[in-house]
Each structure stands twice: as structure tokens, then as C-alpha cells.
Ligand binder design. Structure first.
Ligand SMILES: [Mn+2]
Length: 300
């Protein structure tokens, strides 16, 4: 029960865990909030995303009905202080994110980053690339993010996947329904390195066998742009697109990746909270907990 007034002081960490379950020394999972927003195209507010997800997560039930246990208590989940953007600009911010992420991965932690705009994923991917050169990026997104630059910046959120491709990653995109001619040309030119399941492919069941084969026995960075989900589920993103993935489809995708690949890190980006309308952050918080569970919790 979390309804008593005296429990309104539930700790302001991911899932509102007590000191034992969020101990930095023993927690297997670390959550890194990155309230970075510089290049958002349309709706603003992703800098408020991490705080909103963490605040909402305090109301997510720890008990997992499908498993019959409380994965957060088994794993331990420690929330780090927010990583401030660098005043020196996007590239410096990405480097700072990479350094922080590399430190956590070197300590043997499972890493979860909360954005912030999609640019933060480039820093996480840089850290993953250092130890896992043959890694796969699984990207749930409405947008391909494969532009070489956008509005004069190579570190725009619209270029995140392109920068990760340059790190040597194979990119698997699911839920895509908004692309430009440059992106379609790159996808056609790089069939070995970019695999795209457009939203209609996922609705038709494309992902089940092909996704499993693409990630099999490989290290994976799972990046969840919340606009990959349908905006009826997550209206609070800067660039909502209709025709998106359902809750069940996203959980199925994460389950396939966790079962066949080896998830090293994951992130959840592009939440731009709508004041007074908290469904998006609650869905995001529950999704992140489900992703942590499916990626790293020991079999029940
Ligand atoms: Mn997107």
C-alpha cells in the first residue's frame, strides 16, 4: 500500500526504492537521468523527462504478476544524480555521457539512461562500443534518425542513429513511420548494417523471427524513443506520429531481444511531459521497469 499520507515521502529514486534496494554498492542496475534538450524540433520539454519518469515510477507496483516476484528487490536499482549537460555544447555533452556510462559498465552495472532527447543515446552507444565492437542497436522509434545532419547539427536528435552507425553498430529499427529520402537511400545502400521494420511490418509480425536472428548471441544496446509507441499511449513526445506500436508489441520486442541477445544497456528518451496529464510518464516508467526485468532479472 502506498496510499497513506506519511508515505508521500517515498524516496525520489526510480521505483521509489528504500535504501537497501537502491544501495549503490549492491545494486546490479544503475539509472542515469540525463535531462538534455538542445535540438528538439517541435514540442519542447524533454529536459523534464527524467524527473517525470522517476516521479511517476514511485507509483509503479514492484510485484510482477507474470513472474510472481519483485524483480527490483532481487536486482537492486540505484538512481544516480542527474548528469548535467555540458555548456560546451552537444558534442561535449555526448562525450561526458560516454565517460559516465563507461564507468558504470566497467563497474559491472546494467545501465539504464533516461532522456532527454535522443542525442544522449550516442554517448551510451560510445561506451558500449568500447567493450563490445560487434554490438547491435535495437531502436524502437517512429523516426529513423539517420540524417547526417539536421538544422546544422550533426548531434541533433534527428541524427542519433547515424552517429551510432558510425561507431560500427548494426542498427535494427522497429516502428518507423517517418523518414526522408536521404534516410531511405541510406537504408537501401546498407542492407547488412541497417534493418528496418516499419510500423506496418511490426503490425504484420515481421519482427518475431527476423529480430531474434539479428540479435542472437550479440551484445545489444536497446534504445526506446517513446514516440515509437502510439501517441494514444504516449502523447507527451516532441514529435508524435500516428500508427505506432502497442504496449504489447513493445513488450514482445523487448522480450525477444532479451531472450536471444545480451542487453548491455538500455535507454528511454524523448518524453516531454504535458503538465497535468501524467499518463505518458507512468507508461514510460512501467515500460522501463518491464525492460529492466526482461533484460536482467534472473529467471523466476
Ligand atoms: Mn523519434
Amino acid at each position: 500500500m502506498r496510499h497513506h499520507a506519511y508515505e508521500f515521502s517515498t524516496p525520489e529514486n526510480f521505483l521509489g526504492l528504500d535504501a537497501a534496494a537502491s544501495d549503490p554498492a549492491t545494486s546490479r542496475v544503475v539509472v542515469l537521468p540525463i535531462p538534455y534538450e538542445a535540438t528538439v524540433s517541435f514540442g519542447q520539454g524533454t529536459r523534464e523527462g527524467p524527473r517525470a519518469i522517476i516521479h511517476a515510477s514511485r507509483q509503479v507496483e514492484l510485484y510482477d504478476r507474470w513472474r510472481g516476484d519483485e524483480p527490483a528487490l532481487m536486482l537492486g536499482i540505484h538512481t544516480l544524480p542527474a548528469l548535467a549537460p555540458s555548456a560546451a555544447g552537444p558534442e561535449a555533452t555526448v562525450m561526458a555521457i560516454a565517460a559516465c556510462a563507461a564507468e558504470q559498465l566497467a563497474a559491472g552495472k546494467h545501465l539504464v539512461a533516461l532522456g532527454g532527447e535522443h542525442t544522449i543515446s550516442v554517448g551510451i552507444a560510445q561506451a558500449v562500443a568500447r567493450d563490445h565492437p560487434g554490438f547491435v542497436v535495437v531502436q524502437i522509434d517512429a523516426h529513423a534518425d539517420l540524417r547526417d545532419d539536421y538544422e546544422g547539427s550533426r548531434f541533433s536528435h534527428a541524427c542519433a542513429a547515424r552517429r551510432m552507425l558510425e561507431l560500427g553498430a548494426t542498427i535494427v529499427q522497429l516502428g518507423i513511420r517517418s523518414v526522408c529520402p536521404e534516410e531511405m537511400a541510406l537504408i537501401a545502400a546498407e542492407p547488412e548494417r541497417i534493418a528496418v521494420a516499419f510500423a506496418e511490418d511490426v503490425h504484420a509480425g515481421w519482427h518475431r523471427e527476423r529480430l531474434a536472428a539479428l540479435v542472437r548471441d550479440r551484445p545489444v544496446f536497446l534504445t526506446i524513443d517513446l514516440d515509437g509507441l502510439d501517441p494514444t499511449l504516449i502523447p507527451a513526445t516532441g514529435t508524435p506520429e500516428p500508427g505506432g506500436l502497442s504496449w504489447e508489441q513493445v513488450l514482445e520486442i523487448i522480450g525477444i531481444v532479451a531472450a536471444h541477445g545480451r542487453i548491455v544497456a538500455l535507454d528511454c528518451v524523448e518524453l516531454a511531459p504535458i503538465p497535468g496529464h501524467h499518463v505518458s510518464e507512468f507508461v514510460a516508467a512501467k515500460l522501463v521497469y518491464q525492460a529492466i526485468t526482461r533484460a536482467w532479472a534472473p529467471a523466476p
